[in-house]
Every structure is written in structure tokens, then in C-alpha cells.
Design a binder for this molecule. Structure first.
Ligand code: AMP
Length: 365
């Protein structure tokens, strides 16, 4: 076996204790690995299923050092781990994807510029550092447009839509953009036919493997359903896959890269954002593909060959948000449904509590 290959029994460290970490740990266990979760409380979803945990803040250097010393490789399920913490761990232990990838993905300006520099299209955008600059940016980009924080936004948090009659000073305040978020970014509003995503795995040796493009439908800015496969023309599938592979290679990702894209009415594919980790739009792969996104990540960071990403059947993934989780008995009784619950003790509106994969038509062959 190659030196970079982890043998069964090795320990994978994961920064972040949410549901993504839980599902990575379960996939890792299936391949004989242990997971050590670095998170904030012993009851987090990933901590519940892990061999070991470190409960500490992401800026606790002593805890980071002993975590790095206790694991063979580190990956992450949480996007906003400080880059300095990742760099500290990387001095002694491989971090996949590397801190340099996280630095691009944590920053909406850097991620769009990175894509554009590879010749990959995004919405038009401008950096906005203050309310005054927002006036100039709106004059350039026009309306409708969307003001977002450069950092820390997810599920629509830190986003304000800008129309012709929007009061820009209050929009700036409302967005929460400021020094703590590295300012704001104004993006032209994209009129799209659908939103799609591609998740690509890339191994230590540079081998890549992509899951098919899927369609994502959001409600209140939160992913509601993923439809696999996306009902898009072959040329759009090829364009989306090509973008995903070029970004994974360009960023030198080891692990997973999820790319969210808009498909416009004239068939153009624009990148919205990237996430160097498992992605909610890949949960359908757990039951419908020969290799799940979580197993693929474990394989990639462990130096194993990547698995077969092909799908055995079509699928629809539905998120169980907040009180939706109370319907779990209904899904257990449905033979086409596979239920996944995250072990979260408290149900809150907007909180992702679990998901259901509805399995559809088998793929011939
Ligand atoms: P984000 O946090 O960037 O993923 O945005 C959350 C959701 O807001 C996206 O999935 C889209 O539905 C919508 N959105 C974000 N940016 C734009 C844009 N520039 N044009 C149109 N819709 C957008």
C-alpha cells in the first residue's frame, strides 16, 4: 500500500460535530476507520457516533494540537473553522481539503474570482465595504440584485435582495455586512430555470469522480428537496460536470467539492457557490448510489481508490426541517422511503433534523 494510504483502524479527525460529521463517521466506521470529532458539545450529532471527541473551541490551540497529534488525517464538515486553526493542524497532520481551499470557499469574493479566473461564469459581482460603496455598486450592477456578506452566510442568512426602490442604507445594516464578515458582495440577480449541484470527489493522486448533476429546490432559502437526476439537457450536464472537475482540479481539492450552480433559460451554467465538504444535495447518494458522498470522502482522504458513483435508481431527497421530523413514523411505514435522523435533541424552526430519501425508478443495466 502507498504511504499515504490509511489502513483500517486508523483515525480520521473531523472538525465540526453536525449531521455531516455524523454521516462521515458512520461511513468511516463501515470501512474500519475510527473518527475523532472536534466540536463544541458532547451531544452534537457526530459526537454521538464517534470513537473519540474533543470538546473545545476552534481557536483553542492546546486542544487543536492534541487533536492533531491523536489523528492520522483531518477533514472538516463545518465551513467556518478559522484558517489559522487549519494551518496550525496542517503543520503536523494532513488536512484535506487543504486550508488554501477553505480560504477560497469561505469567502464569496474569492470563490467567484477563482471561478472567473478559470473562465467559469458567475453572476456579475462587486465588493462592497460600506453603505456608500453599496450605492456605487448598485449603480454598476443594477437591480434586481442581492447583497450578501462575504463570509459566514449560509441558508440565506446575511442576504438582502435589492430592488429599484430599496433603501440602500438600511439594506446595508440589515445584511449584517461589516468588518466581522470582511464586508459585503453585491451580486446581479440571476433569473434561472433551475438550481443544480454537482459533487466531485478527488483523491490524493488527483483522480476525480463526480456524482450526476441534481436539481435543488429551496423553501425560505433552505434546501427543501433534491431531485436526482436533474432534468436538464445532455449539454448542460456536460457543462456542469466540466465546471465541477475544473474547479476541483484548479483548487487542488483532496476530498469533496460541492458546486451549486444556476441554469439560465438560455442554457448557461453559472456557479453560485462551492463547499469543500459533503453537501446536503448529496444525501440522496446514501441510498441510491453504489458509493455515497460520505464513503467517497473517506476514501479520498484515506488514500483509497474512489468508489463507483453511479446511481442504482432515481431518488428524491426531502429535508426534515423543524417540526417535519414529527412525521418520522409515516416515512418508516413507506417502503420507498429511507429515513435518516440526526439525533438532535431540540427541534427548532429552520433546523435540519433529518432527511428522507425516496427511491424511484431503477436505472437499467
Ligand atoms: P447562497 O447562500 O449564495 O447559496 O444563496 C441561497 C439561495 O439564494 C440560492 O440557492 C438561490 O436560490 C438564491 N440566490 C443566491 N444568490 C442569487 C443570485 N445572485 N441570483 C438569484 N438567486 C440567488
Amino acid at each position: 500500500m502507498d504511504k499515504a494510504t490509511l489502513s483500517p483502524g486508523a483515525t480520521i479527525g473531523i472538525l465540526g460535530g453536525g449531521q455531516l460529521g455524523r454521516m462521515i463517521a458512520l461511513a468511516a466506521a463501515n470501512l474500519g476507520y475510527r473518527c475523532h470529532i472536534f466540536c463544541q458539545s458532547a451531544d452534537e450529532p457526530a459526537a454521538q457516533v464517534a470513537a473519540q471527541t474533543t470538546i473545545a473551541g476552534f481557536d483553542d490551540t492546546n486542544a487543536l494540537d492534541s487533536f492533531a497529534g491523536a489523528v492520522d488525517v483531518v477533514s472538516l464538515e463545518f465551513e467556518n473553522v478559522p484558517i489559522t486553526s487549519l494551518e496550525r493542524i496542517a503543520m503536523t497532520t494532513p488536512v484535506y481539503p487543504a486550508p488554501s481551499v477553505q480560504a477560497v470557499a469561505q469567502n464569496r469574493l474569492k470563490e467567484k474570482s477563482f471561478a472567473n479566473n478559470l473562465g467559469i461564469a458567475t453572476a456579475p459581482f462587486r465588493a462592497v465595504a460600506s453603505a456608500e460603496e453599496l450605492h456605487d455598486a448598485v449603480a454598476e450592477i443594477g437591480t434586481p440584485s442581492v447583497l450578501k456578506t462575504v463570509r459566514m452566510g449560509y441558508d440565506g442568512k446575511g442576504q438582502v435582495s435589492i430592488k429599484a426602490d430599496t433603501d440602500l442604507d438600511s439594506a446595508w445594516t440589515q445584511s449584517g455586512a461589516g468588518p466581522a464578515t470582511d464586508g459585503g458582495i453585491l451580486e446581479g440577480f440571476v433569473t434561472f430555470d433551475c438550481e443544480i449541484s454537482v459533487i466531485v470527489a478527488r483523491g490524493i493522486d488527483g483522480e476525480t469522480s463526480a456524482f450526476i448533476p441534481v436539481e435543488n429546490r429551496h423553501t425560505n432559502h433552505i434546501l427543501d428537496e433534491t431531485i436526482a437526476p436533474a432534468d436538464i439537457p445532455a449539454a448542460t450536464i456536460d457543462a456542469a460536470n466540466d465546471i465541477a472537475i475544473r474547479l476541483a482540479q484548479g483548487l487542488d481539492v483532496v476530498g469533496l467539492l460541492a458546486i451549486e450552480m444556476f441554469v439560465t433559460p438560455d442554457g448557461n451554467v453559472l456557479v453560485n457557490e462551492v463547499a469543500p465538504r459533503p453537501h446536503n444535495s448529496g444525501h440522496w447518494t446514501m441510498d441510491a448510489c453504489r458509493t455515497s458522498q460520505f464513503e467517497q470522502l473517506v476514501r479520498a482522504v484515506s488514500g483509497l481508490p474512489l468508489g463507483d458513483p453511479s446511481r442504482r435508481c432515481d431518488a428524491v431527497m426531502k429535508n426534515l426541517i423543524g417540526d417535519d421530523v414529527n412525521d418520522w413514523p409515516k416515512y418508516l411505514a413507506d417502503p420507498s422511503a429511507k429515513l435518516h435522523l440526526y439525533g438532535k435533541a431540540e427541534t427548532r424552526p429552520g433546523r435540519k433534523m433529518g432527511h428522507v430519501n425516496f427511491l424511484g425508478k431503477p436505472v437499467a443495466g
